[in-house]
Write a protein that binds this ligand. Structure first.
Ligand code: KG4
Ligand code: ZN
Length: 334
């Protein structure tokens, strides 16, 4: 009998559903919530409401495009955490209802582990052990991956995520949310060595991004006192310079981790892995250091249910199913 999993992701501002059959991700339907851009960040209450509206149609589309009927499903997977409580509740309640109604197992998936297992959706796939740098609006982690379900966090941010730092610095320059992709675009036309900002350095493999954001803000405030149009006149150079800082911070710790673990396969995941500067510098570093680098297709880098289905497949093989009493875990442990 085939293992047909319906996977649901609703941890932040993307409502997504995917069908995974015997470990093969058949599709990945994503509804992105545009509503947050006018508020300059994700508004949790609005995210929950938008998930409620989108979840039915998104699930229906995923099932229809994979030609799967309710009676074909063998398990329902959902993102149990970490994420926004109200957002997780919507996907969780939907998954539990379907599991109860169809009498099939429920699988609770860890969102961050799923970002890493997104590398197994398509080829080329990394071999164990490998390191994964997961960089998004909510997370920044370096993880050692020894097997599908055997992962160890080596380092992580102690405050803001790197995507958050991109977005907050973009906001300070008057750019709309999410600012990360715009900083990337403008940085291409700027000089990355034009400006330097104060940053906080952390011991070991942990990160801190709140210091650089403050350093950037203080720098802008000082310059704006001298010239009110400073930001407008230097936007490209500012974007290129802040991006250079953030990428250098990410890659210097990654290089330390590679050295410490003696592992030469390096993967990146999460929304910030779309950053062209990060991709270029990582590829340069890989050539220099002899690493093999893995970057998933963009649709599997940002929040998506394909990665939830992939992870659920391995959990299902390991007999790791959840009870109907399983509750959302906004701070789910790794
Ligand atoms: O993984 P993701 O879609 O959602 C979560 O946060 O889980 O990541 C979104 C983050 C946002 O902070 C966004 O600004 C950032 O990824 N991002 C980028 C780029 N594309 C998305 N940051 C820098 N450069 C990009 N090209
Ligand atoms: Zn994510």
């Amino acid at each position: 009998m085939k293992n047909v999993i319906l996977a649901i992701e609703s941890s932040c501002d993307e409502t997504s559903a995917s069908i995974c059959i015997d470990g093969k991700v058949m599709n990945n339907v994503i509804a992105t919530q545009e509503i947050h851009s006018k508020y300059g960040g994700v508004v949790p209450e609005l995210a929950s409401r938008a998930h409620q509206q989108a979840i039915g149609p998104v699930v229906k589309e995923a099932m229809a495009t994979a030609h799967v009927e309710m009676s074909d499903l063998t398990a329902i997977a959902f993102t149990q955490g970490p994420g926004l409580l109200g957002a997780l509740l919507v996907g969780g309640a939907f998954a539990k209802s379907m599991s109860l109604a169809l009498g099939i197992p429920l699988i609770g998936v860890h969102h961050m582990k799923a970002h890493i297992l997104a590398h197994f959706i398509e080829k080329p796939k990394p071999k164990f052990p490998f390191l994964c740098l997961t960089v998004s609006g909510g997370h920044t982690q370096i993880v050692r991956v020894d097997d599908y379900l055997d992962m160890t966090v080596l380092g992580q941010t102690t405050d803001d995520a790197v995507g958050e730092a991109f977005d907050k610095c973009a906001k300070l320059m008057g750019l709309p949310y999410p600012g990360g992709p715009l900083v990337d675009k403008l940085a291409k036309e700027g000089n990355e060595n034009a400006f330097t900002f104060n940053e906080t350095s952390m011991p070991g493999l942990d990160y801190s991004f709140s210091g650089i954001k403050t350093g950037f803000m203080n720098f802008l405030n000082k310059e704006k006192m001298k010239n009110a149009n400073f930001v407008e006149e230097h936007k490209q150079d500012l974007c290129a310079s802040i991006q250079r800082h953030l990428i250098d911070m990410l890659l210097s710790k990654l290089a330390m981790a590679v050295k410490q673990e003696g592992v030469s396969q390096v993967a990146i995941a999460g929304g910030v892995s779309a950053n062209s500067g990060l991709r270029t510098k990582l590829e340069q570093l890989a050539v220099e250091k002899g690493w093999e680098v893995f970057i998933p297709q963009f649709q599997y880098c940002t929040d998506n249910a394909g990665m939830i289905g992939m992870t659920a497949h391995y959990q299902w093989l390991a007999g790791d199913t959840a009870q109907l009493t399983a509750s959302p875990m906004p701070r789910m442990k790794f």
